[in-house]
Design a protein around this ligand. Structure first.
Ligand SMILES: CC(=O)N[C@H]1[C@@H](OP(=O)(O)OP(=O)(O)OC[C@H]2O[C@@H](n3ccc(=O)[nH]c3=O)[C@H](O)[C@@H]2O)O[C@H](CO)[C@@H](O)[C@@H]1O
Ligand SMILES: C=C(OP(=O)(O)O)C(=O)O
Length: 416
């Protein structure tokens, strides 16, 4: 098993290029199943989750070839509609295959998806959406079978703006007969990116980025070429790293608008930010505590709650962080406590009393973002830290150790 060894208290400086977004690439890879032929996706990051999705597509009969960050997916010979349980368990995004397989083959069999263990992650909203557009869905012995003689447009009203359920509904409805309206849809930039890809494939979708999405079903889709958007969560993580190490860094290949809720909070904490068309420069100032509540986009993203919590452990005063999206997303707290942080968790709220400095310790990444929060803490801490279970972090950060090294960090990956 691999681990990171980090010697802390090095101020980061320099420029770092942000990769393509994991959470945009995964549904777009799934969307290629909606037609026959070769689609091309650019800026695909090297990540464990992408590898897992590639394996699933291959098993279904697709031919997937990578040249650096470009991926070609030929779906001509896809004929299977069942995803084995061990691959479903690999990641949450495996559930994205439901919509496209149902759309193209009118039949799909999956089991419950895996993903970060951050609280219960039901798929009732996905199922409800597919039923609204004409699928019959049956659950038994952990398997979910969906089929439809014909998919028809329908009214989908979500109780909660689920990202994955919105994406699944868009993909299945793209090939339905008639119009589908999705209300209380998720508004994340990754939804807009999926709409762009689907429309390049010939779909007729509008409204992504707002809470109402309209899909006029078409009878056939064609392969397309698309460059995925930047990873706003990786971008936010690097911005926080810059502040935590009292550094001065520039993140490149970003859309600053995607990060407004994050840069606003970082300014409130005391960072100085200069924004260009596709870059953000961040410099640390005097750090003070803030209150943060995670919310669906454009609110503060749950995926940056852990890195931000790590930052406020060394900000002056008290911070209050409330997690409203997932029930159990404070697993980094125990590990940060080992590094000298003062945190009390009450239900979905963490109360953090800032300390002047953290100290290095041996810790383990409990999940993806909790893991990156520990890397940030280690970069700022006095002394050496070891971060075990690096595989969680590599689900979502492309070459994080190499990117940090290029900014001057003292971080190495070792086996042991
Ligand atoms: C691969 C991917 O894109 N993952 C992202 C996606 O996950 P994911 O698509 O799983 O997140 P959702 O927006 O669906 O989940 C948000 C909330 O809705 C609940 N819910 C969801 C579906 C459902 O059928 N029933 C239900 O109750 C979940 O339990 C959770 O409490 O959005 C999350 C919220 O921004 C991010 O943290 C994840 O990084
Ligand atoms: C929770 C995340 O991913 P997933 O939904 O794939 O588990 C994440 O990217 O932070």
């Amino acid at each position: 098993m691999e681990k990171f060894i980090v010697k802390g208290e090095v101020q980061l400086s320099g420029n770092v290029r942000i990769s393509g977004a994991k959470n945009a690439t995964l549904p777009i890879m799934a969307a290629t199943l909606l037609c026959s032929g070769t689609s091309v996706i650019h800026d695909v990051p090297y990540l464990r989750d992408i590898q897992a999705m590639q394996e699933i597509l291959t098993l279904l009969g697709a031919k997937v070839v990578r040249h650096e960050h470009t991926m070609m997916i030929d779906t001509t010979n896809v004929s299977k509609v069942e995803i084995p349980e061990h691959l479903m368990r690999e990641m949450r995004a495996s559930v994205f295959l439901m919509g496209p397989l149902l759309g193209r083959f009118r039949k799909v069999r999956i089991s419950y998806p895996g993903g970060c263990a951050i609280g219960p992650r039901p798929i009732n909203l996905h199922i409800k959406a597919l039923e609204k557009i004409g699928a019959s869905v049956e659950e038994s012995y952990g398997f979910i079978d969906a089929e439809a003689a014909e998919l028809t447009g329908g009214e989908v009203n979500f109780d909660f703006p689920s990202v994955g359920a919105t994406e699944n509904a868009m993909m299945a409805a793209a090939l339905a007969k008639g119009t589908t309206m999705i209300r209380n849809a998720a508004r994340e930039p990754e939804i807009v990116d999926l709409q762009s890809m689907l429309n390049k494939m010939g779909a007729k979708i509008s409204g992504a980025g707002t809470d109402t999405i309209k899909i006029d079903g078409v009878s056939r889709l064609l392969p397309a070429e698309h460059t995925v958007i930047c990873d706003r969560i990786e971008a936010g993580t690097f911005l926080i790293a810059g502040v935590m190490t009292r550094g001065d860094i520039v993140i490149e290949n970003v859309v600053p608008e995607y990060l407004f809720s994050v840069t606003d909070k970082l300014q409130e904490i005391g960072a100085k930010i200069i924004t260009g068309k596709d870059y953000i420069r961040i410099k640390a100032g005097e750090l003070r505590g803030v209150d943060i509540k995670t919310l669906p986009y454009p609110g503060f993203p749950t995926d940056l709650q852990a890195p931000m919590l790590s930052l406020v452990t060394i900000a002056k005063g008290t911070s209050i962080i409330t997690e409203t999206i997932f029930e159990n997303r404070f697993k980094h707290v125990d590990e940060l406590t080992r590094m000298g942080a003062k945190i009390k968790v009450e239900g979905r709220t963490a109360i953090i009393r800032g300390v002047p400095r953290l100290t290095g310790a041996i810790v383990a990444a409990p999940d993806l973002r909790a893991g990156s929060a520990l890397v940030l803490a280690a970069l700022a801490a006095e002394g050496t830290s070891e971060i075990e279970q690096v595989y969680h972090i590599e689900r979502g950060y492309e070459k994080i150790d190499e990117k940090l090294q290029a900014l001057g960090a003292n971080i190495v990956k070792v086996v042991g």
